[in-house]
Ligand binder design. Structure first.
Ligand code: NDP
Length: 252
């Protein structure tokens, strides 16, 4: 029920942070994994880590704000592994600025990376995802799919959109055997949150205090949800937005 050994996954931003957590979970469950990221050095190190787990793994250098690169990463996956069953739209970025200082370029960088890429990667992958009737799209949202924060207008807009994109794709494709779900990470210790942790006094402790699990999250916390949502066990789950946050979102 949880075995992914004949399945092939493509994980954007899979070379570090939460994406590498997703990739590890899929690899441990038996999937072959293609990683996509801009940094060739990080890609190579992550591939080596997955191969050390016994997985078939490759990487493609891709900037997912580039439509040609999106198509190329999907084609590279199918060329290397013969099929594509699981697309993880994980790569993301944030530019923290007060709303009155957000430039159009900031806005496009964040929206293009976080949500436009997910739409068009899903579109490029769709013929492959439905080919074997076991297709999976796993999008990465955020607590800011639910909440607001003052310096995160573009980021929150993008992550709210990721949830609605998830629902729209799920209504279109689930009947064809392609489920579409979204994960909402809480506060996770990665490169992305490092500057925020440094700059906001007391954040470190306040996250621990508010989170029922009593800690920040780690990349390893995303291994299980990726393997589960990708598996046959999750065939009847589609259009869901699932917090992976140690209970942060339900704390009053
Ligand atoms: P990291 O900064 O550690 O990882 C970001 C990943 O995205 C890297 O692998 C990076 O690879 C890749 N990436 C960024 N921009 C591009 C691009 N244009 N093209 C291709 N790849 C790109 O951050 P996290 O692991 O924390 O974030 C991963 C996801 O989780 C994001 O969507 C983020 O919004 C979300 N998230 C994170 C939270 C947290 O607390 N950390 C909370 C909620 C959501 P490379 O640099 O090689 O391109």
């Amino acid at each position: 029920m949880f075995d992914l050994k004949d399945r092939v996954a493509l994980v954007t931003g899979g070379n570090g942070g939460i994406g590498l957590g997703f990739a590890r979970g899929l690899a441990r469950a038996g999937a072959a994994v293609m990683l996509a990221g801009r940094d060739a050095g990080k890609n190579a190190a992550a591939v080596a880590e997955l191969r050390a787990l016994g997985a078939r793994a490759e990487a493609v250098q891709a900037d997912i704000t580039d439509q040609d690169a999106i198509r190329a990463m999907v084609e590279a996956t199918v060329a290397d592994f013969g099929r594509l069953d699981i697309l993880v739209n994980n790569a993301g970025t944030n530019i923290r600025r007060p709303p009155d200082q957000v430039s159009l370029q900031d806005w496009h960088t964040v929206l293009d990376t976080n949500v436009t890429s997910a739409m068009f990667a899903a579109q490029a992958a769709y013929p492959h995802l439905k080919a074997h009737g076991v297709g999976r799209v796993i999008n990465n949202g955020s607590m800011l799919s639910i909440f607001g924060m003052p310096l995160h207008a573009a980021y929150a807009a993008s992550k709210g959109a990721v949830v609605q994109l998830t629902k729209a794709l799920a209504t279109a494709w689930t009947r064809e055997g392609v489920t579409v779900n979204c994960v909402l990470p809480g506060w996770i210790d990665t490169d992305l949150t490092r500057a925020t942790r440094r700059d906001i006094p007391g954040l470190e402790e306040s996250v621990v205090k508010r989170t029922p699990a009593g800690r920040w999250g780690h990349a390893a916390d995303f291994e299980g949800i990726a393997a589960f949502l990708a598996s046959d066990a999750a065939a009847f789950i589609s259009g869901a937005a699932i917090p992976v946050d140690g209970g942060y979102a339900i704390q009053g």
